[in-house]
Design a protein around this ligand. Structure first.
Ligand SMILES: [Zn+2]
Length: 311
């Protein structure tokens, strides 16, 4: 088939025309094709070696480093015109960072955006993993500020790479042991170190301990991008991910016993705690706002059916 004929048929299918019209004069998904290909190659390597940090040529974006450029570069490299995008920041769809990333990606790709976890095919996030269980059809992209889990015990990059290479993690274990001696338990909140596939210690990005359990044997592909530090790593679906713990000092998640979301009434989600200045009362809200909205909606639907039945 001649090139022109081929162009015509693809345009007939709507894809090419759509892509060309919707990116507002930018290349589809902003980054040039060569750079996107490099990032995709690095992602494949990261998937092949779960938990291993792959260096990549982090591109300049119209956003300052430290504002999620690693995550954005991954999202831009994997997103296609038929994808549906969700962006959250600390579980919230409406925060400034999330809204602006969503606007930017939509402006340079034209893809549909959503707040519904189930509806999204690509979810970019900072500091949280959605409460709703995700499937094989979805990809979760995490923004990472500090990709090196061993940085707390070793400042030299050369040395941490050697330690990973030789699986020499004794200093990390010693650090955790000293923490227990000082505080009677491991005091790390966010960025809790995990062992991936029994081989690499990995920084899961600053998600709460609550979300660590969602990494283990998950159906979804997790991709981690650090733009400033120029690193990509991954947890492929159905990979064993274990938080570091001792036999007699077990890992545990945050305790929200007795807490209820003031908005939707949920009792089994990760909460944001807010203290009312006037009354001093402690209040809890679901950190995952998309999930909270859904729970609220189904609750009001239930109330409506009950009211209808009463009439
Ligand atoms: Zn709620």
């Amino acid at each position: 088939m001649k090139l022109k004929e081929w162009m015509n048929t693809t345009e007939h299918r709507g894809q090419n025309t759509e892509v060309r019209q919707k990116h507002n004069g930018y290349n589809f998904a902003f980054i040039d094709e060569g750079a996107k290909r490099e990032i995709r190659r690095k992602i494949l390597k990261a998937v092949a070696i779960p938990g291993y940090q792959v260096p990549f040529g982090s591109r300049e974006l119209p956003i300052a480093r430290g504002w999620g450029t690693g995550g954005i570069q991954i999202t831009l490299s994997i997103i296609g015109p038929d994808d549906t995008l969700k962006v959250i920041d600390q579980g919230c769809d409406g925060s400034v960072n999330a809204v602006n990333i969503k606007k930017f990606v939509s402006a340079v790709t034209g893809v549909k955006a959503t707040t519904d976890t189930k509806e999204a095919t690509v979810i970019q996030t900072r500091h949280r993993i959605p409460e709703e269980k995700m499937t094989e059809e979805q990809i979760l992209v995490l923004q990472v500020p500090y990709p090196e889990a061993l940085r707390t015990v070793e400042p030299s990059e050369m040395e941490t790479r050697r330690m990973h290479g030789e699986a020499d993690y004794s200093r990390m274990w010693l650090y955790l042991y000293e923490d227990i001696v000082k505080f009677k338990e491991i005091s790390i909140g966010a960025r809790y170190p995990v062992m991936v596939n029994g081989r690499y210690i990995m920084d899961p990005s600053p998600i709460p301990r609550w979300d660590i359990q969602k990494l283990n044997m998950a159906e979804t592909l997790y991709l981690f991008g650090a733009g400033r530090e120029k690193r990509i790593y991954a947890i492929p679906p159905y990979t064993k991910v274990e938080p570091l713990e001792f036999e007699d000092s077990k890992f545990r998640v945050e305790d929200f016993k007795g807490a209820v979301c003031v908005r939707c009434g949920s009792t089994d989600t990760f909460f944001d705690e807010i203290i009312d200045d006037a009354t001093g009362r402690r209040m809890y809200f679901c950190s995952d706002t998309g999930h909270c909205d859904k729970a609220l909606e189904s609750k009001s639907r239930e109330l409506k059916t009950e009211a209808d039945q009463c009439q």
